[in-house]
Ligand binder design. Structure first.
Ligand SMILES: Nc1ncnc2c1ncn2[C@@H]1O[C@H](COP(=O)(O)OP(=O)(O)OP(=O)(O)O)[C@@H](O)[C@H]1O
Ligand SMILES: [Mg+2]
Length: 229
């Protein structure tokens, strides 16, 4: 039995809208094991981003229990939340979110700067991981000197450089054409084979099929499908 790294039980998120409470996450329970590649699939407005914010420790639930790497996240305050987030979660976004004035290697180094890693170690780790994602030749390019797919590779390298427990990706192929998107999915497959734990949020069934587990979200409720692999 592989190690549970994420466990949500009875997660509820409500927003106060006038006199009513709007339930956005409705009694969600989810377990993710080390080495999983999970897709969370759902249409617009189903609660994907809200759930991603919860998983990524950007937000806390109204009710329910969330344990990430044996730590009870639902009880943490802002600063504790920030520190668990920095340690456990590597984010990949639809729009890459690279800093435009920094080179690829400087972008990848940045989380290590915040973590207080000395410069030489930092450069070395950033360079190695850029090589790993196929950008060893482009480390001094700025984002606007790279293609969309290459920018997303830089963003993936940045997400992985701190060796987080989970790689959490929100529509990682949403800004890419189909072929480039498929290359990013190929990279995810390789990272998964190397033992990385990946959670990917998407509205696209074809993209979701790259994962080894698909969890559907609809109106804030989860339903799991054991379809393939
Ligand atoms: N801060 C907020 N206050 C009130 N309602 C909110 C808030 N954030 C989200 N919602 C509501 O929660 C529901 C789910 O929103 P969410 O952004 O999680 O959907 P989504 O699945 O990510 O959609 P999309 O695919 O369009 O990004 C929506 O009905 C939205 O209006
Ligand atoms: Mg969203």
């Amino acid at each position: 039995m592989s190690e549970q790294i994420l466990n949500m039980t009875g997660i509820i998120k409500t927003y106060q809208m006038g006199d009513d409470d709007q339930v956005v996450l409705d009694n969600i329970s989810l377990t993710v094991y080390r080495g999983d590649f999970v897709a969370i699939l759902g249409p617009s407005g189903s609660g994907k981003s809200t759930l991603m914010n919860m998983i990524g420790c950007l937000d806390t639930p109204t009710r329910g229990q969330y344990i990430l790497s044996q730590q009870k996240v639902d009880e943490l305050d802002e600063s504790e939340l920030a520190s668990i987030r920095n340690k456990e979660v590597g984010f990949v976004f639809q729009q890459f979110q690279l800093l435009p004035r920094l080179s690829a290697i400087q972008n990848v180094e940045l989380p290590l700067v915040y973590a207080g890693v000395p410069e030489k170690t930092r450069k070395n780790r950033a360079w190695k991981i850029l090589e790993r994602v196929g950008l060893g030749e482009k480390i001094h390019h700025r984002p606007n000197q790279l293609s969309g797919g290459q920018q997303q590779r830089v963003a993936i390298a940045r997400a992985m450089v701190t060796e987080p427990t989970i790689l959490l990706a929100d529509e990682p192929t949403g800004a890419l054409d189909q072929r480039t998107g498929q290359q990013i999915m190929q990279l995810f497959h390789e990272l998964h084979e190397e033992g990385k734990t990946i959670i990917m949020i998407t509205h696209d069934v074809e993209i979701a099929k790259n994962a080894s587990r698909i969890v559907h979200i609809l109106d804030g409720k989860l339903r799991e499908e054991f379809a393939h692999v």
